[in-house]
Design a protein around this ligand. Structure first.
Ligand code: SAM
Ligand code: SF4
Length: 342
């Protein structure tokens, strides 16, 4: 091997948890604040925001990612709350994109500010993006998000496509009685746009939301509806695939995916950790167990990377084998999705 090839040759560390799952993915929530108020995620009023001094600073976030990436975390997703409402997030993305070992950098947004930011995000090094949109009907959008911003979100999706953020995925939380009559409309979008439509199951999260499981529509039912438009052709699993089961309709520009953490849970393949805006690591979306990273960052001296590494390895050990939804012992977690990072 020549010297330049040698220089580029890296032995990536393999992070395994106690169940031999390879952990390589960090979902990082940069803020709990949001410019929408989706009924299943946040209450309209009375939300106590995390105090500014308790938010991880961008410097702290960069340090965490540097240490984690050296240890084998290669995929980073920024989320929130709404990540685009935090000032300076484009510079944060630029910084993360340059961190050695980060090979996949993405963002989940509600799209309200995307028209304004898509170009800057692409320039900063973001490659792909997920936009959440549960309905194609402006009045329904205003109802479910409690804000009349449908037009901005759609314009944001078009702008993201124009800037070749690829793929642009559209996350649709399917809820019985709310948007289940729009399943085919969403699927049809994949015929005309290179969009990846992801149908996501509603999940029991946050003390504000009632949960009796009745909102859930199983993927088999969604697929049945889509087959009225055309045959769903499976796309074989690929290296960077997450938990989505992927398909396309013949002749379409985009694709269709299903993420069903409740009806077909994928805990045995779970590869992720989460970092909350106030610096807590969560090892499972559905568990309130948290490991404090912010405290470690703020008490250990500059350059004390070992302490950050220790927290990472503690998190690996603490990662549970699976969630207990459906079990009598299951208790809904207290933080809402906006404060965890979906
Ligand atoms: N604000 C951004 C957005 O909406 O894309 C990022 C954060 S949001 C919490 C991330 C994702 O979580 C969104 O796609 C949202 O629809 C989803 N989500 C929130 N609460 C949920 C729930 N109870 N069940 C399923 N998905 C949920
Ligand atoms: Fe905000 Fe996203 Fe939660 Fe909606 S789902 S309230 S956009 S954080």
């Amino acid at each position: 091997m020549g010297s330049s090839a040698l220089k580029n040759f890296r032995i990536m560390k393999l992070l395994l948890d106690d169940y031999y799952r390879k952990i390589n993915y960090l979902r990082l929530s940069v803020t709990d604040r949001c410019n929408l108020r989706c009924r299943y995620c946040m209450p309209e009023e009375g939300v106590e925001s995390i105090k500014h001094r308790d938010l991880l600073t961008y410097e702290e976030i960069r340090k965490v990612i540097e240490v984690f990436a050296r240890n084998g975390i290669s995929k980073i997703r920024l989320t929130g709350g709404e990540p685009l409402v935090r000032k300076g997030v484009v510079d944060l993305i630029k910084g993360i994109a340059r961190i050695e070992g980060v090979t996949d950098l993405s963002l989940t947004t509600n799209g309200v500010l995307l028209k304004e930011y898509a170009g800057a995000l692409a320039e900063a090094g973001l490659r792909r993006i997920n936009v959440s949109l549960d309905t194609l009907q402006p009045d329904r959008f205003a109802y479910i998000t409690r804000r009349d911003r449908f037009k901005e979100v759609w314009a944001g999706i078009e702008e993201a496509l124009r800037h070749r953020l690829s793929p642009v995925k559209v996350n649709v939380v399917v809820m019985k009685g709310f948007n289940d009559d729009e399943i085919r409309d969403f699927a049809r979008l994949s015929l005309t746009y290179p969009l990846h439509i992801r149908f996501i199951e509603f999940m029991p999260l946050g003390k504000g939301s009632d949960w009796d499981g009745k909102e859930i529509i199983p993927p088999s039912q969604i697929m049945e509806e889509i087959r009225e438009i055309g045959e769903l052709i499976p796309i074989g699993p690929q290296a960077n695939d997450g938990p989505a089961k992927r398909y396309y309709i013949k002749g379409s520009k985009g694709e269709i995916g299903f993420i069903s953490p409740i009806s077909s849970h994928f805990c045995e393949q779970c590869n992720r950790l989460r970092l909350t805006p106030d610096g807590k690591i969560r090892t499972c979306l559905f568990s309130d167990a948290e490991i404090d990273l912010k405290g470690v960052l703020r008490t250990s001296g500059d350059g004390d990377d070992e302490k950050v590494e220790e927290v990472l390895y503690r998190a690996l050990q603490a990662k549970p084998e699976g969630h207990r939804i459906g079990d009598r012992r299951f208790k809904k977690c207290q933080r809402g999705m906006h404060a965890i990072g979906g």
